[in-house]
Design a protein around this ligand. Structure first.
Ligand code: FAD
Length: 397
């Protein structure tokens, strides 16, 4: 739909009014489902698939207006990987049948999604992955192992990249599927992190069968879909625009005040971290505005890198403030398997431990620097000797 600004705004307003009048709920599958049906879930997606075909710039206002009316969007936390990454991939590359099947229960968080890209030998260089999918009639037989799969233990569906042709260079032989996590031959095992929580898992595929109808995009086109997914992941991780003084820096200020710290050096450090956090927040706001206008600037690429570093430094500082108390985990050290990702920041001690992962998850800081060097600063690329030979001829451990 091509709609002028005034017409688009009035369509959005009309749909919001319809939503609020149609249901007393302001949270939960019924409310989020009604949002989807009215095209307010992902407003830039096509009509009939959770959107109105409008510019994504309207989404922020929709959420803000609904929040003002008491709405809550815990679906974004519960199904972070689905709504943040799976939705955009399906919208860009999925068939109408696939969108029809998967998008609505994804948005309502009735079906949770995970992302199965990393393998024991392929993380930063995900294009080198080994998991094999071999066609057998209308199905694919899949064998191999994935690792670090966040929330696989609560997921119904997983975005899966596999190698379908080992005879071509690594980027060309990949194919993208949606795997059903409770199907025979798929085994999910917990991996416990330093926090004691197992947010993520190892996932083993042993002769698991995936119908060809669950293939997204063409055979051999998996790398393009992988890039769409990763692009959305980095934006989701690094560019969150949070309220001023909230999150890790808010905790640091709270602990500083609760302890009645009078040390001037510590106060200076807190202020300089606060200023950095605020500068990052404002940069993210600018980046988010640029993205909405369709001109993503370098701020977006720097967001993930800087956020990872700053979050670590802030959580470290808060622990320093606590002194010996910072060494003790309130509630003790227990093993559990949470159903939300990155939620271990309920105490500053756990937040400190969880922050260690920030410079690894969603692409390491070193890899972010490579991307910035090559794509933003235009520096020469690093040597890539494994890019052109067939994947099967490249030595790997
Ligand atoms: C909390 C968390 C959640 C995650 N969730 C998921 C998930 O849901 N799904 C999923 O698929 N993956 C997930 N991951 C995996 C994550 O994407 C990988 O850990 C990450 O991409 C790094 O890969 P790797 O661990 O194999 O490290 P490697 O790629 O082996 O890197 C090892 C070290 O070498 C450095 N390095 C590698 N290549 C280069 C280079 N070219 N130049 C300079 N330095 C380099 C790295 O920076 C790193 O320090 C998660 C990771 C974490 C920590």
């Amino acid at each position: 739909m091509s709609t002028g600004t005034a017409a688009a705004q009035s369509l959005v307003d009309e749909r919001i009014d319809q939503l609020l009048a149609g249901t007393p709920e302001r949270e939960g599958p019924e409310f989020w489902g009604a949002m989807y049906d009215l095209g307010l879930a992902w407003v830039h997606f096509s009509e009939g698939f959770g959107g109105l075909g409008l510019s994504p710039k309207y989404q922020k206002d929709i959420i803000a207006r609904l929040r003002g009316d008491g709405a809550s969007f815990s679906n974004y936390q519960i199904n972070l990987l689905g709504i943040g990454m799976g939705g955009p991939v399906l919208s860009a590359h999925g068939s109408d049948e696939q969108k029809e099947r998967w998008l609505r229960p994804m948005y309502t968080a009735e079906e949770i999604w995970c992302q199965m890209f990393s393998e024991p030998g392929s993380g930063s260089d995900v294009a080198s992955l080994s998991m094999r999918a071999v066609r057998d009639g209308d199905e694919w037989v899949v064998n191999g192992q994935k690792v670090w799969t966040t929330l696989a233990h609560v997921s119904k569906w997983g975005m899966l990249v596999t190698r379908t042709d080992p005879d071509v260079p690594k980027h060309q032989g990949l194919t993208y599927f949606i795997a059903e996590m409770d199907s025979p031959g798929v085994e999910v095992r917990p991996l416990y992190q330093i926090t004691g929580e197992a947010e993520f898992n190892e996932v083993y595929f042993t002769d698991a069968r995936i119908p060809d109808s669950n293939r997204v995009g063409e055979v051999g086109d998996g790398w393009r879909l992988t890039l769409t997914t990763l692009m959305n992941e980095r934006v989701a991780i690094g560019s969150n625009v949070t309220p001023r003084g909230s999150g890790a820096i808010g905790d640091a200020v709270r602990v500083f005040n609760e302890l009645g710290v009078t040390d001037r050096v510590k106060r200076d450090k807190l202020i300089s971290l606060w200023v950095e956090a605020e500068a990052m927040r404002l940069t993210n706001m600018r980046a988010s505005d640029h993205r909405k206008k369709g001109v993503p600037g370098p701020e977006g690429s720097t967001g993930k890198l800087h956020w990872a570093d700053l979050n670590k430094r802030i959580t470290e500082f808060t622990l320093e403030l606590l002194g010996p108390d910072g060494l003790v985990l309130p509630g003790g050290y227990t093993h559990n398997r949470p159903s939300l990702a990155g939620a271990s920041g309920q105490t500053v001690q756990r937040a400190f431990l969880r922050a260690r992962a920030n410079s690894i998850e969603g692409g390491t800081s070193e890899v972010m620097k490579n991307i910035l060097g090559e794509r933003v600063l235009g520096l020469p690329g690093e040597p890539r000797v494994d890019k052109d030979p067939p994947w099967k001829d490249v030595p790997r451990s």
